[in-house]
Design a protein around this ligand. Sequence first.
Ligand code: NI
Length: 167
Amino acid sequence: MTVRSILHYPDPRLRKKAQPVAVVNDDIRALVDDMAETMYQAPGIGLAAIQIDVPKRVVVIDCSTQRSDLKVFINPVITRREGTYGIEEGCLSVPGIFEEVERAHTIEVRALDRDGKPFTLVAHDLLAVCIQHELDHLDGKVFVDYLSRLKQQRIRKKLEKQQRLAI
Ligand code: NI
Protein backbone atom coordinates (compact mmCIF):
# COMPACT_ATOMS: atom_id res chain seq x y z
CA MET A 1 0.00 0.00 0.00
CA THR A 2 1.19 3.48 -0.86
CA VAL A 3 0.15 6.90 0.33
CA ARG A 4 -0.61 8.89 -2.83
CA SER A 5 -0.48 12.64 -3.17
CA ILE A 6 -3.82 14.43 -3.16
CA LEU A 7 -4.75 17.04 -5.78
CA HIS A 8 -5.75 20.42 -4.40
CA TYR A 9 -8.51 22.74 -5.61
CA PRO A 10 -8.53 24.50 -8.07
CA ASP A 11 -6.50 21.82 -9.91
CA PRO A 12 -8.35 21.23 -13.23
CA ARG A 13 -7.78 17.45 -12.93
CA LEU A 14 -10.42 17.47 -10.13
CA ARG A 15 -12.95 18.46 -12.83
CA LYS A 16 -12.64 15.26 -14.86
CA LYS A 17 -15.64 12.97 -15.04
CA ALA A 18 -14.56 9.63 -13.64
CA GLN A 19 -15.18 6.51 -15.73
CA PRO A 20 -16.95 3.36 -14.51
CA VAL A 21 -14.79 0.42 -13.45
CA ALA A 22 -15.27 -2.40 -15.99
CA VAL A 23 -13.91 -5.25 -13.86
CA VAL A 24 -13.07 -5.27 -10.14
CA ASN A 25 -9.67 -6.97 -10.36
CA ASP A 26 -6.43 -6.89 -8.36
CA ASP A 27 -5.44 -3.55 -9.91
CA ILE A 28 -8.66 -1.99 -8.60
CA ARG A 29 -8.16 -3.62 -5.19
CA ALA A 30 -4.62 -2.19 -5.08
CA LEU A 31 -6.08 1.23 -5.93
CA VAL A 32 -8.67 0.83 -3.14
CA ASP A 33 -5.92 -0.09 -0.66
CA ASP A 34 -3.80 2.93 -1.64
CA MET A 35 -6.85 5.18 -1.34
CA ALA A 36 -7.67 3.84 2.14
CA GLU A 37 -4.08 4.32 3.28
CA THR A 38 -4.03 7.86 1.82
CA MET A 39 -7.35 8.73 3.50
CA TYR A 40 -6.33 7.41 6.93
CA GLN A 41 -2.93 9.04 6.77
CA ALA A 42 -4.32 12.47 5.77
CA PRO A 43 -6.44 12.02 8.00
CA GLY A 44 -9.82 12.23 6.31
CA ILE A 45 -13.19 10.46 6.33
CA GLY A 46 -13.59 10.01 2.58
CA LEU A 47 -11.62 10.00 -0.64
CA ALA A 48 -12.54 9.63 -4.31
CA ALA A 49 -10.02 8.19 -6.79
CA ILE A 50 -10.08 11.39 -8.84
CA GLN A 51 -8.48 13.16 -5.84
CA ILE A 52 -5.33 11.10 -6.42
CA ASP A 53 -5.59 11.72 -10.17
CA VAL A 54 -7.20 8.38 -11.05
CA PRO A 55 -10.42 9.17 -12.96
CA LYS A 56 -12.29 5.99 -12.02
CA ARG A 57 -15.57 5.68 -10.12
CA VAL A 58 -14.08 4.45 -6.85
CA VAL A 59 -14.68 5.94 -3.37
CA VAL A 60 -13.52 4.99 0.13
CA ILE A 61 -15.21 6.27 3.30
CA ASP A 62 -14.73 5.72 7.03
CA CYS A 63 -16.93 7.94 9.21
CA SER A 64 -16.46 5.84 12.34
CA THR A 65 -14.78 7.37 15.39
CA GLN A 66 -12.58 4.28 15.77
CA ARG A 67 -11.44 4.47 12.12
CA SER A 68 -12.36 0.82 11.78
CA ASP A 69 -15.31 0.81 9.37
CA LEU A 70 -13.88 1.13 5.87
CA LYS A 71 -16.58 1.32 3.21
CA VAL A 72 -15.68 0.86 -0.45
CA PHE A 73 -17.97 2.04 -3.25
CA ILE A 74 -17.19 1.08 -6.84
CA ASN A 75 -19.47 2.51 -9.59
CA PRO A 76 -21.81 3.95 -6.92
CA VAL A 77 -25.24 5.33 -7.82
CA ILE A 78 -27.62 7.13 -5.46
CA THR A 79 -31.06 5.58 -5.98
CA ARG A 80 -33.08 7.49 -3.35
CA ARG A 81 -32.79 10.83 -1.57
CA GLU A 82 -34.98 12.00 1.30
CA GLY A 83 -35.13 15.09 3.48
CA THR A 84 -32.56 17.83 3.84
CA TYR A 85 -29.54 18.03 6.08
CA GLY A 86 -26.40 20.08 6.31
CA ILE A 87 -23.16 20.03 8.23
CA GLU A 88 -19.90 21.90 7.84
CA GLU A 89 -18.05 19.93 5.19
CA GLY A 90 -14.37 19.81 4.55
CA CYS A 91 -12.40 18.11 1.79
CA LEU A 92 -8.87 16.75 1.55
CA SER A 93 -8.61 18.61 -1.77
CA VAL A 94 -9.67 21.91 -0.17
CA PRO A 95 -7.52 22.01 2.98
CA GLY A 96 -8.54 24.31 5.82
CA ILE A 97 -11.95 25.25 4.38
CA PHE A 98 -15.17 24.20 6.12
CA GLU A 99 -18.60 25.24 4.87
CA GLU A 100 -22.14 23.98 5.23
CA VAL A 101 -23.81 22.55 2.12
CA GLU A 102 -27.43 21.45 1.78
CA ARG A 103 -27.65 17.70 1.21
CA ALA A 104 -30.26 14.96 1.46
CA HIS A 105 -30.65 13.60 5.00
CA THR A 106 -31.15 9.99 3.94
CA ILE A 107 -29.94 8.30 0.81
CA GLU A 108 -29.92 4.86 -0.70
CA VAL A 109 -26.80 3.99 -2.66
CA ARG A 110 -26.00 1.00 -4.83
CA ALA A 111 -22.43 0.04 -5.62
CA LEU A 112 -19.94 -2.81 -5.92
CA ASP A 113 -17.71 -3.67 -2.98
CA ARG A 114 -13.96 -4.45 -2.99
CA ASP A 115 -14.75 -7.97 -4.28
CA GLY A 116 -17.00 -6.68 -7.06
CA LYS A 117 -20.13 -7.81 -5.23
CA PRO A 118 -23.19 -5.54 -5.57
CA PHE A 119 -24.72 -4.08 -2.42
CA THR A 120 -27.31 -1.51 -1.39
CA LEU A 121 -26.84 0.76 1.62
CA VAL A 122 -29.24 3.19 3.28
CA ALA A 123 -27.32 6.00 4.98
CA HIS A 124 -28.32 8.94 7.18
CA ASP A 125 -26.69 12.04 8.63
CA LEU A 126 -22.89 12.24 8.42
CA LEU A 127 -22.47 9.07 6.36
CA ALA A 128 -25.14 10.23 3.89
CA VAL A 129 -23.41 13.62 3.55
CA CYS A 130 -20.04 11.95 3.11
CA ILE A 131 -21.34 9.65 0.35
CA GLN A 132 -22.99 12.58 -1.48
CA HIS A 133 -19.79 14.64 -1.16
CA GLU A 134 -17.58 11.83 -2.51
CA LEU A 135 -19.95 10.93 -5.34
CA ASP A 136 -19.89 14.57 -6.48
CA HIS A 137 -16.12 14.19 -6.96
CA LEU A 138 -16.79 11.40 -9.48
CA ASP A 139 -18.61 13.94 -11.65
CA GLY A 140 -15.90 16.56 -11.30
CA LYS A 141 -17.75 18.48 -8.63
CA VAL A 142 -16.24 19.92 -5.42
CA PHE A 143 -18.28 21.09 -2.40
CA VAL A 144 -17.21 24.70 -2.85
CA ASP A 145 -19.20 24.71 -6.12
CA TYR A 146 -22.34 25.00 -3.94
CA LEU A 147 -21.11 28.20 -2.28
CA SER A 148 -21.59 31.79 -3.45
CA ARG A 149 -19.33 33.07 -6.21
CA LEU A 150 -17.69 35.46 -3.73
CA LYS A 151 -16.86 32.65 -1.30
CA GLN A 152 -15.53 30.52 -4.16
CA GLN A 153 -13.22 33.36 -5.25
CA ARG A 154 -11.93 33.81 -1.69
CA ILE A 155 -11.25 30.09 -1.30
CA ARG A 156 -9.53 29.89 -4.68
CA LYS A 157 -7.24 32.85 -3.81
CA LYS A 158 -6.43 31.44 -0.38
CA LEU A 159 -5.52 28.00 -1.74
CA GLU A 160 -3.53 29.39 -4.68
CA LYS A 161 -1.52 31.47 -2.21
CA GLN A 162 -0.93 28.43 0.02
CA GLN A 163 0.25 26.41 -2.99
CA ARG A 164 2.67 29.15 -4.05
CA LEU A 165 4.11 29.24 -0.53
CA ALA A 166 4.43 25.47 -0.48
CA ILE A 167 6.72 25.32 -3.54
NI1 NI B 1 -13.80 15.95 -0.99
